[in-house]
Design a protein around this ligand. Sequence first.
Ligand SMILES: [Zn+2]
Length: 417
Amino acid sequence: MQLKTILNRVHKHQSFVYAEVELKEEKQQMVLEVTIRPRRNSRPVCSGCGRRCPGYDTLSARRFEFIPFWGILVYFVYAMRRVQCSICGVKVESVPWAQGKHPITTAYAWFLSGWARHLSWSQVSKSFRTSWHTVYRSVEQAVQWGRAHQDLSGITAIGVDELCWGKWHRYVTVVYQINRESVRLLWLGEHRQAKTLLRFFRWFNKERTSQLEYICSDMWRPYLKVIAKKANQATHILDRFHIMMHLNKAIDKVRATEAKDLAAKGYMPVLKKSRWLLLKRPENLTDKQDVSLATLLQFNLKTVRSYLLKEDFQCFWHYRSAYWAGQFLDRWCTRAMRSRIEPMQNVAKMLRRHRELILNWFRAKKAFSSGIVEGLNGKAKVTTRKAYGYKTFKMLEIALYHSLGALPEPESTHEFF
Ligand SMILES: [Zn+2]
């Protein structure tokens, strides 16, 4: 059987034929070059308007990277024609196996971007002996296609969150769809200012925004303002994940100050390695950690008292009715205010200020799964961490859309992997 026969089975194009196949050696690497020619009397397609036009001239032959096999790199070789288009003038033709000026075939780009879901970009480039840049371009192409073809209907619940990335801890605003039946990354933008989120609403458009029923977010003021202005028909929820994060941060602050204080007074450094003990849920502690927590709890320290306040706050989430949850919240805030521990008082003040939005969590509990934002935040962090190579925001954007966007792919006649 000839190679051409196989190619015609898996990757056939109208108006073009596979011609000579040549096996070469390049830099101690086997390379297969497959020449493509236009079918006789076929007219080239203008890349500007997509119409068939008379030919103008033919450029010198170019190579297009195709899917490798048996450790052999495969290239299509084709001399692009230029057309004389009555609308666009003299233009390069468009060919069905590649897009625009890309030196990789579309089939190979989908192949690589598929693998980039499972492996890091550099692992993919090593596995298929191609460049990191080629992998990046392939993922970019897949993301662009997916974003242009995604279905944005029926979105009624979204979550707004922030991510920190890179050496300089730059912020990124992310918006997720959090409907029970569809969870995905919808949008991300640089920074976390009011105008960042305004850009999301502009992209999402008025009609879709008017259909939003639930919006989950953090207490970050610019977000609160924009959400109130742009989507005030939706129930705005301050969710569990973000509130507990604020509590954990407060405990961290109390512990750090108190540890310094104790050390200055010459007490033994009992708080030094206790950070994770205090942030973990008690049921997640190992036996050894359990013992150290017990030792720690013997001291009547501010740290310990804040820890107990936080643990007590967990009960809040078990309420079913917003009314009783509200009663609990008020009592808890009074206790926190009386604790005379400043970071805890600040949390209490913040919770009081946003009481209604926090209680919305109970009103909307059935409409979305509350763990979702936390889960997505975790996945996004894995992607950003895996991505030491993402030097620019653009790269981060593409990586996140690729891994969390649940983007569609075109249906192909042949699956290459
Ligand atoms: Zn044209």
